[in-house]
Design a protein around this ligand. Structure first.
Ligand code: CTP
Ligand code: MG
Length: 386
């Protein structure tokens, strides 16, 4: 978390033409998440007080969906140049003139907390603008008017990246005061033109702007490499006793018996909770919700499952899919299977296609075969930071 307060603008109103036909690059999935979301998450985790996402007309709902669950995000309509989109974002922010604002390209998905801290520190130290910049490593060539190739010195040249940091009022004034030629291609250009002092902070190859199709493929490979998949499994048994029904996978089933247990005895949810906890090395359900603790008596097991899901989310993890097998002679699961999948999907915030519920009998054998109890086993795959 950055020490100083700041807001952020993510410009995402471009058409991404150079990256090829189809969905504009900022909406394309990177390791399963829209490119735009990568920046929004990084800014949010670094402590941005507000984040305005600037998008083209008609993309407002897509933007809201792309940043769903992230706090303090708003969406604004952009313009037909990057500079106009930035001005739209600054106006939508309605921030104090003195407050710090970071302007970032949605097409640069891999920013991290270190980049942000360096920029904030430069502004706090008195700079009018701060820009991550990389020295040019390649030899630079120019084709002159006669068609001959000549080499130009790279010794004073830098590649400017984003995010770039400014005081809100000064940046808005600089953009409004821009007299050309053309439009500024980054925000520091506008501030420089007004006489502002720009400080360069260390750039990073990871702050690359995805521009060409090959870079989309590179970004995907990097994004996938930053995540790892883990699996966990869980198993639970509860005995049948007198009653009129039972909870299974968060669904009430009227029945000739009940399942007996300290909580609501939902063996399906218990097995699944253990699978999720197992996937992140977090012990088991009994450690988190001890049976000796009276507050969990008759507790709805929904909360055990959502607790495990929250632990995963708090570590920047995501559940990939879950799969459950219920082992019993009765009740019959088939007629309620879809309802159970739907309930689990809702509790875990997953699409129903990522939730499996299956059932089997044990052909009359063993304790489940004799109808003494019901068993559940679960497996879960989660994707975590590598
Ligand atoms: N951008 C914007 N509004 C515009 C143009 C660009 O918000 N009118 C944003 C883009 O969405 C991108 C960033 O500015 O996040 C940098 O621009 P660029 O890489 O040039 O993206 P595009 O303009 O979308 O791509 P292209 O130039 O290839 O069409
Ligand atoms: Mg462009």
């Amino acid at each position: 978390m950055a020490a100083m307060g700041f807001s952020a603008i993510i410009v995402a109103a471009g058409s991404g033409e150079r990256a090829g036909a189809g969905l504009a690059k900022q909406w394309r999935p990177l390791a399963g998440r829209p490119m735009l979301r990568w920046s929004a998450e990084a800014l949010s985790m670094a402590g941005a007080a507000r984040i305005v996402i600037v998008v083209a007309e008609g993309m407002e709902a897509a933007a809201a969906a792309a940043v769903s669950g992230l706090p303090a995000c708003a969406v604004a309509r952009g313009g037909d140049t990057r500079a106009k989109s930035v001005v739209a974002g600054l106006e939508a922010l309605c921030a104090d003139a003195d407050s710090i604002v970071l302007v970032h390209d949605a097409a640069r998905p891999f920013l991290g907390p270190g980049h942000i801290e360096a920029l904030l520190a430069a502004i706090e130290a008195g700079a009018d603008g701060a820009v991550p910049a990389l020295p040019v490593a390649d030899t630079l060539k120019r084709r002159n008017e006669a068609g001959a190739v000549v080499t130009i010195s790279r010794s004073e040249l830098w590649r400017a990246q984003t995010p770039q940091a400014f005081r809100h009022g000064a940046l808005l004034a600089a953009h409004r005061g821009w007299r050309g030629p053309g439009e500024p291609t980054d925000d520091a250009s506008a501030v420089e033109a007004g006489g502002g002092r720009i400080v360069l902070t260390p750039g990073d190859p990871l702050l690359m702007k995805v521009t060409w199709p090959e870079e989309l493929a590179m970004a995907e490979r990097w994004a996938v490499g930053t995540r790892t998949t883990r699996v966990g499994q869980g198993f639970d048994v509860h005995r049948f006793g007198p009653g009129q029904g039972l909870w299974l996978c968060g669904v009430w089933i009227a029945h000739t018996h009940a399942l007996i247990g300290h909580s609501d005895a939902d063996a399906g949810l218990h097995a699944l909770t253990d699978a999720l906890l197992g996937a992140i090395g977090e012990g088991d359900i009994g450690e988190h919700f001890p049976a000796s603790d009276p507050q969990w008596r008759n507790a709805s097991s929904d909360r055990f499952l959502t607790h495990a899901a929250c632990l995963i989310a708090s570590r920047d993890g995501r559940i990939v899919n879950v799969d459950l097998t219920l082992i019993c002679e009765w009740p019959k699961i088939g007629p309620r299977r879809q309802e159970m999948r739907g309930r689990l999907a809702t509790l875990l915030g997953l699409d129903i296609t990522r939730v499996g519920v299956k059932a089997t009998t044990t052909e009359g054998l063993g304790f489940t075969g004799r109808g003494e109890g019901l068993a559940a086993q679960a497996i879960a795959a989660v994707e975590m930071p590598a």
